[in-house]
Design a protein around this ligand. Structure first.
Ligand SMILES: NC(=O)c1ccc[n+]([C@@H]2O[C@H](COP(=O)([O-])OP(=O)(O)OC[C@H]3O[C@@H](n4cnc5c(N)ncnc54)[C@H](O)[C@@H]3O)[C@@H](O)[C@H]2O)c1
Length: 359
């Protein structure tokens, strides 16, 4: 089993890669354990991987973005307390980014922190969110407004779980994989453009494993020395400034990673229009990295400039009058600007709509 060690100011932790699901059996030796499992994952694997689990030790959690809130965390507290949760218990959560955020928040706040093992089962959680220490909850209509920094003690990652993902969830994760490879420099970006057809085909396990490992390595590089997201780590929001806005205008109908692909297309248009990205690089990235990764089709209403502008104004990273945007520029360098205007947004948005054929 390959292991990545992550240094954290909170506690160091490890990601264990596995070609099988044997680690689930090893969990049976952990005293005072309790499982919280994504309901869809539970249904898919209850009679196989989970057949040995004691139902008394399992909470099955229905998953919806609008359940990623304090009320659902309270359901988890209740389940844990009803099994007389103690400070030395271990919460084992199995699922995607939503399960991670809900259970991570619960684990970080119950007794001010209990043991937590996370088993990511979506591509997005495996290639991106499982490391980074963030737990985030939505509050009313505000996405990821409430949260803590709290890494799992250990992460067990088996890419085999992604085989059962629906295409829309797989391609959501692929969006973040594309983002991290583009942010990893020219060589990694070119590697991605070569491997994207295999990744999109969903049949090449070796290509997928390598893409997950490389994505995590790039994310680690950006987190180094900035775990608490006050500087360089901010750049990981490439595709997210416009992307979060589209998630919000679509009421989360556009999956997160797909909104990030649309956000990267938008950022590249602004970079090109500002003369910071050559037309040749723009075209190449669009044709070989972004277009093949986009399966969602936003409608005109979801891309309405006024609605997107209003959502971008709510961006947590915004401190001045202009809008914030993270951009990839010539030389595969990443920069952050904070002076994007309404007029520039509107022009780039029209160009984006033409590019992706929004009627
Ligand atoms: N904490 C962080 O650092 C961080 C980073 C990025 C994103 N996020 C959050 O993660 C969430 C998105 O996560 P996600 O994309 O993993 O989505 P998700 O958790 O909603 O899962 C997507 C869908 O896939 C299903 N599913 C999960 N595993 C499966 C499997 N193996 N087979 C079949 N179906 C499976 C789920 O039930 C769900 O229906 C968002 O809320 C986002 O804000 C958090």
């Amino acid at each position: 089993m390959q292991v990545i060690r992550v240094h954290s100011a909170i506690r160091d932790y490890e990601v264990h890669f596995s070609g099988s699901f044997d680690f689930l059996t090893a969990f049976e030796d952990i005293p005072n354990r309790f499982y919280v499992i994504d309901s869809n994952v539970w249904e898919l694997y209850r009679d196989s991987l989970f057949s040995r689990l004691d139902p008394e030790l399992v909470m099955v959690l229905p998953i919806e973005e609008d359940r990623k809130n304090l009320y659902t965390v309270m359901e988890v507290y209740d389940a844990l307390m009803s099994r007389s949760a103690k400070r030395n218990m271990t919460l084992i959560s199995i699922g995607g980014g939503i399960v991670q955020d809900i259970t991570g928040f619960a684990a970080s706040t119950l007794y001010r922190g209990i043991n937590w093992i996370f088993v990511p089962t979506t591509l997005l959680a495996q290639a991106d969110s499982c490391i980074g220490s963030k737990t985030s909850l939505n509050y009313k209509s505000y996405k990821n407004l409430v949260g803590t920094f709290f890494p799992p003690n250990r992460i067990f990652l088996s890419p085999g779980f992604t085989r059962t993902l629906k295409n829309e969830d797989y391609f959501s994760g692929l969006g973040e994989v594309v983002k991290l490879h583009l942010m990893g420099g020219e060589q990694l970006a070119r590697e991605l453009m070569l491997n994207l057809p295999a990744l999109a085909g969903r049949e090449n396990a070796a290509a997928l494993l390598s893409a997950i490992e490389k994505s995590l390595a790039v994310k680690l590089g950006y987190m180094q020395d900035d775990e608490f997201d006050t500087g360089k780590r901010n750049l990981l929001n490439f595709g997210h400034c416009f992307g979060h806005a589209v998630e919000s205008t679509s009421a989360f109908a556009i999956p997160h990673g797909q909104a990030v692909v649309i956000g990267m297309m938008f950022a590249n248009i602004v970079a090109k229009n500002r003369g910071l990205m050559s037309v040749a690089l723009f075209e190449q990235l669009h044709q070989q990295a972004l277009k093949p990764a986009l399966t969602a089709q936003p409608d005109k209403g979801q891309l309405d400039t006024d609605a997107v502008f209003a959502a971008m104004k709510m961006d947590k990273k915004r401190t001045g009058d202009g809008l914030v945007l993270i951009m990839l520029i010539n030389g595969f360098e990443m920069i952050k600007i904070d002076d994007l205007t309404y007029a520039e947004l509107d022009a780039a948005n029209h160009e984006l709509q033409k590019l992706i054929g929004v009627a």
